[in-house]
Design a protein around this ligand. Structure first.
Ligand code: GLN
Length: 477
């Protein structure tokens, strides 16, 4: 069950195993463990067609690397004819009328999609407790959260129910659950993977990203999914990709210690991070202190910019255009009744967003937060040497999260402490840069071994650097 995609591909191609046998092994695992873990919102029972297509591709020599690979997909990615609810009651029976770009790409490859995974409602949250349907448990300690919002995808991978899964990352929702569950999670460069058919949270932040057990699996999935899509005008072209990805190995890794030592980060996390830096040094990388002054403001600006985009994206779920329509005594009553189907976090963010965009407050909140967005991007450009400076680094390293997985219920009534879990992850989304979380060991808490993650951030479109450092760190290459 611990084979990489490349190894499984070899077994499928040499007929050591059939797609049917491979898939039924994973289906059995789902039956065994998902009653307790609760990673899936729906396990598809009608996958014979997918299995047949995959086997045919293999038998006719047309198989790609991902053909026949059993995987799961977060419940905010559209597959034509399948339900997609974004973890929300308001669209609980909505059936996707078309395929997302990633669904179409995966179908063309002949993957086998086993089901859709649980998530915080409309991807707002960091624990999967905000799902309207159920709480997913962390496979390493079932009294704890798997992280979020792609907690179902991370838990499914960590408990061996699928080889790899897709999540979406707006402020950390792929990397944080990957860290909490001991997986590898990638947030690609903004525009690398099409968002067509992804239910939007914050459109200028959202990216679909893979969660897997190996760096090579995440890498293979990323290279399969990236590309220009006319349906998403923010996707990047092949020529942009080629000109960004120049040769050259990673030599220097920058560490913004001022951020890590600021407080609010668990001692065990700092110790684990220091030992990760030693491992990186032992692999030949040079570690260097860097300053990213605007990062100090990134979390507060994220929680202004994101509600602003959320309030606009959530407007369509009103019971008229999308969502269940509830009866009311007049039109306003109908709107009020229909909108009350949305959970409290979604309503909170929609209201905060409407406030920060309102004419009297726009300059004091939204505009200031947007200025931080520009400053933060400039900070990264400087440390990566894109402004011509010589003392640059190739990649930036931080912990992924300030703590290991917390207890179910621990932060649910305290939004601020829940938001603090995103302190290291939001910067990559604000600046559109690629970042990866890789397992960096365990800490013992109350008798459980809880995984921690190391986060690496690279310049725009330099996912190749992330795979290089991550692969070396985990002894894959
Ligand atoms: N936890 C963050 C938030 O609640 C991240 C969400 C995400 O990346 N979808 O906004």
């Amino acid at each position: 069950m611990d084979l990489s995609i490349r190894e499984i591909n070899e077994q499928l191609k040499t007929k050591k195993v059939s797609v049917k046998d491979l898939v039924s092994g994973y289906q059995k695992k789902i039956e065994e463990v998902d009653g307790e873990i609760g990673a899936f919102l729906e396990v598809f029972s009608d996958i014979d067609e997918q299995v047949k297509t995959a086997q045919e591709l293999i038998d006719t020599g047309k198989a790609g690397l991902l053909t026949g690979i059993p995987l799961a997909v977060k419940d905010n990615i559209l597959f034509k004819g399948r339900k997609v609810s974004a973890g929300s009651k308001i669209i609980k029976d909505y059936v996707a009328p078309y395929d997302s770009f990633v669904a179409q790409t995966l179908k063309d490859q002949g993957v086998v999609i086993l089901g859709r995974t649980n998530m915080d409602e409309f991807a707002m949250g960091g624990s999967t407790e905000r799902s309207a349907f159920k709480v997913t448990k962390n496979p390493h300690d079932t009294s704890r959260v798997p992280g979020g919002s792609s907690g179902g995808s991370a838990a499914a991978v960590a408990s061996g129910q699928v080889v790899i899964a897709l999540g979406s990352d707006t402020g950390g929702s792929v990397r944080q659950p990957a860290a909490f569950c001991g997986c590898v999670g990638l947030k690609p460069t903004y525009g690398a993977i099409s968002r067509s058919g992804l239910i939007a949270m914050g459109s200028s932040f959202d990216q679909i990203g893979p969660i897997g057990r190996k760096v090579s699996d995440v890498e293979d999935m990323f290279y399969c999914l990236e590309g220009l899509d006319p349906q998403d005008s923010t996707t990047l072209s092949d020529s942009e990709r080629r000109s960004a990805r120049k040769e050259g190995q990673v030599k220097t890794i920058g560490v913004p210690r001022h951020l890590i030592e600021k407080g609010g980060v668990d001692k065990s996390v700092i110790e684990n991070f220091e030992s990760s830096l030693k491992t990186l040094e032992s692999k030949g990388f040079k570690i260097k202190d860097i300053e990213l002054p605007s990062v100090a403001y990134s979390l507060s600006s994220y929680y202004i910019l994101i509600p602003a985009e959320v309030s606009s994206n959530m407007a369509r779920f009103d019971g008229m255009r999308f969502g269940e329509r509830e009866a009311g005594k007049d039109l306003l009553g109908e709107y009020m009744a229909s909108r009350s189907e949305l959970g409290s976090e979604v309503r909170l963010r929609s209201m905060v967003g409407a406030f920060v965009l309102s004419s009297g407050y726009y300059d004091s909140y939204y505009n200031k937060a947007y200025t931080v967005r520009r400053l933060l991007s400039a900070d990264f450009e400087r440390v990566f040497g894109l402004t011509g400076n010589k003392d640059s680094v190739d990649v930036v390293a931080t912990p992924t999260t300030p703590t290991p997985a917390f207890k179910i219920g621990e932060k649910i009534n305290d939004p601020l402490s829940m938001y603090m879990a995103d302190i290291f992850t939001v910067s990559a989304n604000i600046s559109g840069l690629p970042a990866i979380s890789i397992p960096s060991g365990f800490v013992k808490e109350e008798g459980s071994d809880l995984p921690l993650g190391l986060q690496l951030t690279a310049p725009r479109l330099r996912e190749d650097r992330l795979f290089e450092v991550a692969g070396k760190f985990l002894n894959e290459i």
